[in-house]
Design a protein around this ligand. Structure first.
Ligand code: FES
Length: 104
């Protein structure tokens, strides 16, 4: 199965065929990815934003795309924080847009 540029629903439009060789998820939404892609490339190919700003609630989609601004911060389900623009996809990555609640 492949997704073509014409079927892209996100902010980024791929110029190549996207195979389904691996998958990642964001808040439970499963998305196909290609080996060698960054997380932000996959997410913005499938959505118009990465999440909402913790300060004003506005949509976030990354700003610098080079690891400097932190606007692309996401969390793994075990609580680890990543920068989506600096992290390569791995099959089965399960990411969330908000940090998991701290255990008390
Ligand atoms: S978009 Fe700026 S750090 Fe990722």
């Amino acid at each position: 199965m492949t997704a073509s540029a014409a079927s892209s629903s996100g902010l980024f439009v791929p110029i190549y065929e996207v195979s389904t060789e691996l998958f990642i998820s964001l808040d439970g939404l499963r998305m196909p990815a290609r080996r060698g892609e960054t997380v932000i490339a996959v997410l913005l190919r499938n959505a118009a934003a990465l999440g909402r700003s913790e300060f004003d609630g506005r949509s976030r989609a990354g700003f610098c795309l080079m690891g400097a601004c932190q606007d692309c911060s996401l969390w793994s389900e075990d609580g680890g924080r990543i920068r989506a623009c600096m992290t390569m996809v791995e099959d089965g990555m399960a990411l969330v847009t908000a940090p998991p609640l701290a255990e008390t």
